[in-house]
Design a protein around this ligand. Structure first.
Ligand SMILES: [Zn+2]
Length: 93
């Protein structure tokens, strides 16, 4: 079942090509959503309710820089944004 090795020579395999496109779009969409929430958090004032861009957990903004529920999710966010940057660089070269 896991033989993706030759699909791009296989003319009958439009479906897996479509699947891979959808998945890439879904990934870009997720990153765009993360980024949007992050921007909203940055604009929020200390004491306002914000939602973690990664897990959606709601919390009052504690400090000016506070945008994530935890350091783990902060790291995850920046990893995702970085992955997207690498991914787009691949597309445009
Ligand atoms: Zn979180």
């Amino acid at each position: 079942m896991m033989s993706f090795g030759s699909w791009d020579e296989d003319e009958g395999d439009e479906e897996s090509r479509q699947y891979s496109l959808d998945r890439d779009e879904a990934f870009a969409l997720t990153v765009a959503q993360y980024r949007k929430q992050y921007e909203a958090n940055r604009k929020a004032k200390v004491g306002e309710m914000i939602a973690c861009p990664i897990c959606g957990k709601k919390m009052p903004k504690r400090t000016y820089h506070h945008s994530f529920c935890s350091t783990r999710h902060k790291d995850k966010y920046w990893n995702r944004v970085d992955e997207e940057r690498r991914f787009r660089a691949l597309l445009f070269c």
